[in-house]
Design a protein around this ligand. Structure first.
Ligand SMILES: [Zn+2]
Length: 71
C-alpha cells in the first residue's frame, strides 16, 4: 500500500542495452561502426548485442547506423 508502481531500482543493473539509442550525430566514429558500445564506449569483442538503429541525417547524407552494446 505504499506505492502502486515498482520501478525496482535495486534490481536494475543498468545494462548498456537498456540505454536509449542516441541520435547518430552523437555517436563516435567507432560507435557508428559498431566497434564500440554506444552506451559506455567500451571496445566490443565477442558477444556484442545489436540493439537497434541510431537515426540521423546530415543534409543529403544518411548517418543512420546500427548500434551495438556490451553483452
Ligand atoms: Zn557498454
Amino acid at each position: 500500500m505504499v506505492t502502486a508502481v515498482d520501478i525496482s531500482p535495486t534490481t536494475r543493473r543498468g545494462r548498456c542495452r537498456d540505454v536509449p539509442i542516441p541520435p547518430a550525430a552523437e555517436l563516435t566514429y567507432q560507435q557508428g561502426k559498431g566497434w564500440h558500445c554506444y552506451a559506455c564506449g567500451k571496445r566490443l569483442t565477442a558477444g556484442a548485442v545489436l540493439v537497434g538503429r541510431a537515426e540521423g541525417r546530415d543534409g543529403a547524407h544518411d548517418l543512420s547506423a546500427e548500434v551495438y552494446a556490451c553483452p
